[in-house]
Design a protein around this ligand. Structure first.
Ligand SMILES: [Zn+2]
Length: 301
């Protein structure tokens, strides 16, 4: 089995643009249809889309599941083409007229419990927490609620310049069943939910003053991403990427890492295919749940 590489391309549909100090942006209107057009050229590529359904969506748009109602046809098109939809709750709190990340555990637990049945009514089985924020209790809760997979982990140190809160400092790069006493690592007794960490490696931005571990994002400039992809694929037989659809739309300003170019996404996708075939042999593009099933089968062989 070692000569097949499993690749999960994932998208976080945040409806907010983090490169512009929190501005709402409707990714269903433009970015997602354009990505779908690209994906149609690669029918073997199945992907996973983590879509917002939470109380901030309800506050702004009227229903927690506003995007599932409003863009039913796009979501059904994704599902019919073999892609997976996952739950992406962003727990916000309003402070001084501005929205900010909520890090109050009790409030987050309450919000997750409130919205989970609605998310599950759409058949969602996997979760990615907004900002990658988890605690022992939130991980335990989503496991107890019956979700099969969580893919929130970004295994890297906490950098002082990070503006949002999360902690995956001890987390391995491979999937694991989280320990009840520390969601960041495997250990007994463990939870029945599988954690699938996003692939993180050294990606050098032109403005970096230190070595920074970043998640592998197919929205990065193809020239910058090739080397990190090569490094990753030399050492692993899986790859979990993450992209925000708005990162592929053109804009005026230049960003050191993000290309803001739909073509960059396709070029990076082809680089993944090329490198995987060259370095590993063959490649299989799976949804997060398909990848998790493979992992379960292997761990029970
Ligand atoms: Zn998000």
């Amino acid at each position: 089995m070692a000569n097949i590489i499993s690749v999960c391309l994932t998208f976080d549909v945040d409806l907010a643009d983090y490169t512009e100090t929190w501005r709402t942006t409707n990714e269903f209107a433009k970015a997602i249809p354009e990505i779908l057009t690209i994906l149609e050229r690669y029918p073997e590529v199945r992907t996973t889309w983590f879509i917002r359904l939470d109380q901030q969506v309800r506050s702004i748009w009227g229903y927690a599941d506003h995007f599932f109602r409003e863009y039913k046809s796009i979501i059904n098109e994704l599902i019919d083409s073999g892609h997976e939809i996952g739950w992406h709750p962003h727990c916000y709190i309003q402070a001084g007229g501005n929205w900010k990340q909520n890090v109050e555990e009790a409030m987050i637990l309450e919000e997750l419990s409130l919205d989970a049945p609605l998310a599950q009514s759409y058949g969602l089985k996997c979760v990615r927490m907004g900002w990658g924020f988890h605690t022992n209790k939130t991980m335990c809760l989503i496991s107890d609620l019956g979700f099969d997979v969580d893919s929130s982990a970004i295994p890297r140190p906490q950098y002082i310049w990070e503006e949002t809160k999360k902690d995956w400092t001890l987390t391995p790069l491979e999937p694991y069943f989280p320990s009840e006493s520390d969601y960041r690592v495997p250990g007994r007794p463990d939870l029945s939910i599988l954690e699938v960490p996003i692939s993180v490696t050294h990606v050098k931005a032109p403005y970096d003053l230190e070595t920074v571990l970043r998640y592998i994002n197919l929205a990065y400039s193809p020239d910058l991403l090739r080397k990190p992809l090569e490094d990753w694929l030399k050492q692993h037989n899986h790859l979990i990427t993450i992209t925000h659809p708005y990162e592929l739309l053109p804009r005026d300003k230049v960003h050191g890492l993000l290309a803001f170019d739909m073509n960059a996404f396709e070029q990076n996708l082809n680089t993944v295919r090329e490198l995987a075939q060259m370095q590993v042999g063959s490649i299989s593009f799976l949804t997060i749940s398909e990848f998790a099933n493979l992992h379960w089968e292997r761990s029970h062989e």
